[in-house]
Design a protein around this ligand. Sequence first.
Ligand code: GLY
Length: 465
Amino acid sequence: MKKVLILGCGAREHVIGETLLRSGHASRQASAGLGNGVELFVLGPAKNPGLAGLATEYEVASVTNFDAVREFVKKIEPDFVVPGPEAPIAAGVVDALAELGVPCVAPIQSLARLESSKSFTRDLLKKYNIPGNPQFRVFERGDENELEAYMAQTLGGQFVVKADGLKSGKGVKVVGDHLKDVAEGVVYARECIAESTATAGQAGRVVVEEKFVGQEFSLMSFVDGETVVDMVPVQDHKRAFENDEGPNTGGMGTYSDANHLLPFLTSRDLEEAHAITVQVAKALRTETGVPYRGVMYGGFIAVKDGVRLIEYNARFGDPEAMNVLCLLRTDFVSVCEAMVRGELKGMTVEFEKKATVCKYVVPNGYPEAGVKGEKIELGEVPTTKAGAAEGLRVYYGSVDQREDGLYLGGSRAVALVGIGETLEAAEKLAEVAASGVKGPVFHRKDIGTATLIAKKVEMMKRLRV
Ligand code: GLY
């Protein structure tokens, strides 16, 4: 019997839990008469109704309260831990649990800078001559007077300002989207420097870089320090409203295609993105002497002449995890163990050749002030204990299960995932389920539709003529 602890309680952690439990490992163990193979434990700040139904024991505590995490780990003695969100990883939970002899499917704190410090990653690619970087400069306290000239002249007014720490997806501001002009860019960059000086008590930092034009995609990889095994590429939709309008969110929905490409992406683009991740994993080892073990989630963009790196995350994406893990055919427990033991080499990791579309149903007012405490009803969504109705999956996010039903927690509430032979079939399943949710909520009807995808394909065609 394997014991696995998941840290976190969102829809991403729900799909991680479900995938661990339906692991081939479980069925092999069961057929050998060794029990069901995997026992799941969860520690998170709230009780996720989906995970609660899967877990043997559920501890409600903050994932960055390391005393609580250590106590729970000592009590349950897991074989390994899967931290879902970035906060505990960036704060060093992997290092803390290594002291107890418990491995995590995530990197140690110094390697997690790949996500927690934008300047670290840009400098790493530059130092090791890895392709994918934009033209960029890291500004520190004292450099403020040079910001304007860099944005206006060096970058020709086409720039992005990135706060240097974790900001829950809200630290990146792009001219033309969130920043009107150079003047607003300078104000925001100064704020970032001042804030990071105050919070980190060190030279504040901000990254200013060239703005890319193209189509973004997420390529997550299982990494054991040396071997990099890609998952299926996915496209996320960060804007709150249809046609990619409105404020940035954690991600309103995602899709992946049955051929394991994306409609606007070439195999060569994917190979380029893979090669960047391989080189970055190698550079991280050279730089720190420690292997990166966990998920490397590259946010890439296909541009006129190839692929560039937007950023890395040191964890599964949310919602991207929903698209890929529900297609994973290989025993997930074995994949996790291979990552933490450095044994991915030679392992075949397979994903079903199906399309997926994930739509998040979110409270009205999200992302600024999502409604909380209001009741929702899921409608006629067929589910089983494993969450696996044919072609449709339901993953719970920010919802509270009370005796009389589900209540909104203020953030992304429920992820509906359609799985089909084609994008059209997958989108239909997700859309019917998302539209069936009753209450003060909304979702993006356009995610995964032929109309929106055609626009993306057309944009890439125009860019690459
Ligand atoms: N899909 C965005 C994220 O996980 O950060």
